[in-house]
Design a protein around this ligand. Structure first.
Ligand SMILES: [Cu+2]
Length: 171
């Protein structure tokens, strides 16, 4: 094997796993960063939700398992209710007045739960829903990419070592 080609292959063999490791580390670190409104530690995280006919904003509330949270909910228009059956939570809402839930320790199993309106509010009431997502149910496809990259890089290195070894012996 020509020396330049060998040097090139060795460089690639070293830099590929490094690049894969960097991508993986960046992904792992990003997963550790809490949401912006997460105080961390033991302080309950306040989750602010605005309610209107016929929806919730945000439409998806994400919480960590075991995290303590407190909902602060306000209706922008008419009378609604903010209810999560699995938490035994039902907050009646008057227009424009913020209602705060007690601090809730999120002890539900990881998964997706329905937030719904518990006070009849007209035509769209039955479909007035949002989602509470506890933890990370089901890995997102993107989360697997760094692992696949790492494995590919490892396979490349093993292959290069074998090729380089064979080339060396031939001389
Ligand atoms: Cu309603």
């Amino acid at each position: 094997m020509p020396r330049t080609l060998r040097a090139l292959l060795l460089t690639a063999g070293v830099s590929l796993p490094l690049a894969a490791a960097t991508i993986w580390a960046a992904g792992a670190l990003a997963a550790l960063v809490p949401p912006a409104d997460d105080p961390g530690g033991d302080a309950p995280r306040e989750v602010r939700v605005r309610v209107h006919a016929w929806g919730f904003s945000p439409g998806v509330v994400r919480v960590r398992p075991g995290q303590s949270i407190r909902f602060a909910v306000v209706s922008d228009d008419v009378t609604h209710g903010f209810a999560i059956n699995e938490l035994g939570l039902n907050l009646p809402l008057r227009p424009g007045r913020e209602v705060r839930s007690p601090s809730i320790a999120m002890e539900l199993p990881e998964g997706t739960y329905t937030i719904h309106c518990s006070t009849f509010c007209g035509l769209g009431h039955a479909s007035m829903k949002a989602r509470l997502v506890v933890g990370a149910p089901g890995p997102a496809p993107a989360a697997r990419a760094p692992w696949i990259a790492s494995l590919l890089a490892l396979a490349a290195v093993v292959g290069l070592v074998l090729v380089a070894g064979r080339g060396g012996r031939r001389r």
